[in-house]
Design a protein around this ligand. Structure first.
Ligand SMILES: *Cc1c(COP(=O)(O)O)cnc(C)c1O
Length: 363
């Protein structure tokens, strides 16, 4: 018996798929411009942090456009990300790994010419035994208590470490996006105390650190979020646009409810559009009550709970049925959505879903 729905049926034509899924547009020119602007704020060299698939925007495309803009140093979180980036960028850039040298990483680090940021004596021994002579950096803890050697540990091993010529000494700021935080100066002093009497290149500033000024820049700055258009770099060019198709529009009467849990009750006769994206696409449920989608210049509030694949939107005052609505764009960036959801732009970006049709412009 032939199957009613053969499993080997041809895939839907691409055109159909594109029209039914939301479109995430990533502006590579804005990414390059943001990196150049951050680079111009430092008198030193500037790297790019492209961990977590370049904050969700695609490490291969983002990496290539930044390499063309002049970036020669990249940072990733784990060795596997470094492997993928090496394949995208070729041999001419340095790729640094924040997690250092983890068990099982030696082949990736060696074959793909990655530079582990060694976090502990254990890692240093592992690295020296597995890949003697292979370049490494050292990550120092200046107070964040997340990664890196503590001052006492560094004191104990620094002579051995320095004898092996690390390519870089780095540390990370816990509060760089709060310029008035006393922690910044404390960490700066701690980092300097651990490194001033070495001649190894130093790397300290994330995006917030770049904005804190020259004392924080050292030899290599390593911004991430600012490149992608997020706070604290408020002058950044916006990078992402998200357009979501409308599936259906309907009239509801005063007193009717919309969506799960009947959370929203219509205070008047209304028209509701249902759009094709939801929390499975990274549109966090928590942002619902404060968030609008935009029909060109008209804000259309979310009505009811954000569901997995769908969102109800109030288009009553729009006076027409739109074909799509915009969640991210000129009227509303990642930091607005972050505020609406009680989170940060980093989480909005890295949550952006796999189901979007991703379109790169510029570059
Ligand atoms: C993520 C990260 C950065 C980049 O920070 P931004 O705030 O995104 O600029 C720099 N250094 C380390 C160690 C990081 O984990």
């Amino acid at each position: 018996m032939p199957r009613a729905f053969p499993l080997d049926a041809p895939a839907h034509p691409v055109k159909t798929a594109r029209m039914s899924s939301a479109t995430l547009t990533i502006d590579l020119d804005a990414i390059a411009a943001n990196w150049r602007a951050l680079d111009a704020m430092t008198g030193t060299e500037t790297a790019a942090v492209v961990k977590a698939d370049a904050y969700g925007l695609g490490a291969d495309r983002v990496g290539r456009v930044l390499a063309r803009a002049g970036a020669r140093h990249f940072f990733v979180a784990i060795a596997e990300e470094g492997v993928a980036l090496r394949q995208a960028l070729g041999p001419d850039v340095a790729i640094h790994v924040f997690s250092g040298h983890m068990p099982g990483d030696a082949d990736m680090i060696g074959d793909m010419d990655l530079v582990p940021m060694i976090n502990s004596l254990d890692q240093m021994i592992r690295h020296a035994e597995a890949l003697p002579g292979h370049p490494f950096g050292v990550q120092l803890d200046s107070g964040m208590n997340r990664l890196g050697m503590e001052p006492e540990e560094w004191q104990a091993v620094r002579q051995i470490a320095l004898a092996q010529n690390p390519v870089m000494l780095m540390s990370h700021l816990a509060c760089a996006d709060e310029p008035d935080q006393a922690m910044n100066a404390q960490q700066l002093a701690a980092f300097r105390a651990m490194t001033d009497d070495t001649d190894v290149p130093r790397c300290f500033a994330n995006t917030g650190g770049v904005l804190l000024g020259g004392d924080y820049h050292f030899d290599l700055a390593r911004p991430g979020i600012g490149i992608y258009g997020g706070r604290p770099y408020t002058d950044a060019r916006p990078v992402v646009t998200l357009d979501i198709p409308v599936i259906q529009c309907r009239d509801i009467a005063l007193g009717e409810t919309v969506g799960y849990g009947c959370d929203f009750t219509a205070p008047r006769a209304m028209r509701i559009a249902t759009v094709a994206a939801g929390y499975a696409d990274g549109i966090l449920r928590a942002m619902g009550p404060k968030t609008s989608l935009w029909a060109e210049d008209t804000p259309c509030p979310v009505t009811g709970r954000i569901s997995m694949d769908l969102i109800g939107v109030d288009i009553t005052d729009l006076g027409r049925d739109p074909s799509h609505l915009q969640l991210l764009g000129p009227h509303q960036g990642i930091d607005v959505l972050a505020d609406n959801a009680g989170t940060i732009g980093y989480e909005i970006l890295t949550s952006l879903g796999a189901r979007y049709m991703r379109r790169y412009i510029g570059g």
